[in-house]
Design a protein around this ligand. Structure first.
Ligand SMILES: Nc1nc2c(ncn2[C@@H]2O[C@H](COP(=O)(O)OP(=O)(O)O)[C@@H](O)[C@H]2O)c(=O)[nH]1
Ligand SMILES: [Mg+2]
Length: 207
């Protein structure tokens, strides 16, 4: 995550890449397009991976966010060659009417954590899409809640079709991003302090 200064607004602007991932057909493109331009697309080619640049104001900062709407090519690529490798933060999407998409989401999450040096704190939000199809629900909400509590990841149910919670899902992800940054900052300060202490100790010994 780079940081640059937006002189005109005298506020720092942070760069961030968000990957929208999940099985084909869960609504990744629909959610992304609903968020980016406010429309629910009638048809979106499932094989197209597209990225969009948008600006999100969160926590006193403007974030220049690249949203990558993935299209499943990741499955066939080495992680480092896939767009997931570029992701600073992830929307993990499944559809509440699809068991296979739920199973796949858990596999994807494990893969990301593994590939990102076992970093379990990497910013993620689990998104249960197609909430408008409640009568076709296949994944009990309790199962999803239990999983999300276990991996300490926030959960939100959305509908790209009705627009339910779409903006909220991105806002929740930004919250995770900020928390992650803060934790890294605190960690680096603690390390600096410890280094300083051990340097001082060393200095004392030689005197
Ligand atoms: N009912 C309903 N259908 C949706 C929703 N989101 C996407 N769809 C439909 O699900 C299909 C796959 O959507 P798409 O965004 O292309 O999925 P992707 O392959 O994950 O990018 C399309 O027919 C969409 O219209 C939703 O929230 N509710
Ligand atoms: Mg798509």
């Amino acid at each position: 995550m780079e940081e640059s200064i937006d002189g005109s607004r005298r506020q720092s602007k942070r760069k961030l890449t968000v990957c929208v991932i999940g099985s084909g057909g869960v609504g990744k493109s629909s959610l992304t397009l609903r968020y980016i331009n406010g429309h629910f697309p009638e048809f979106y080619d499932p094989t197209i991976e597209e990225s969009y640049i948008t600006q999100i104001e969160y926590g006193f900062h403007f974030h220049e966010v690249e949203v990558i709407d993935t299209a499943g090519q990741e499955e066939f690529l080495l992680f480092r060659d896939s767009s997931m490798a570029q992701g600073d933060a992830f929307l993990l999407v499944f559809a509440i009417d699809s068991v296979s998409s739920w199973v796949h989401l858990k596999e994807l999450r494990s893969k990301i954590v593994r590939e990102k040096d076992d970093d379990v704190s990497i910013p993620m939000v689990v998104v249960g899409n197609k909430r408008d199809l409640e009568e076709d629900r296949q994944i009990p909400l309790e199962d999803v809640v239990e999983y999300c509590q276990r991996i300490k990841c926030p959960l939100i149910e959305t509908s790209a079709k009705t627009s339910l919670n779409v903006t909220e899902s991105f806002r929740m992800l930004m919250e995770q991003v900020e928390e992650h940054r803060l934790n890294l900052f605190i960690e680096s300060r603690i390390n600096e302090d410890n280094n300083e202490k051990s340097r001082n100790k060393g200095a004392c010994r030689t005197q």
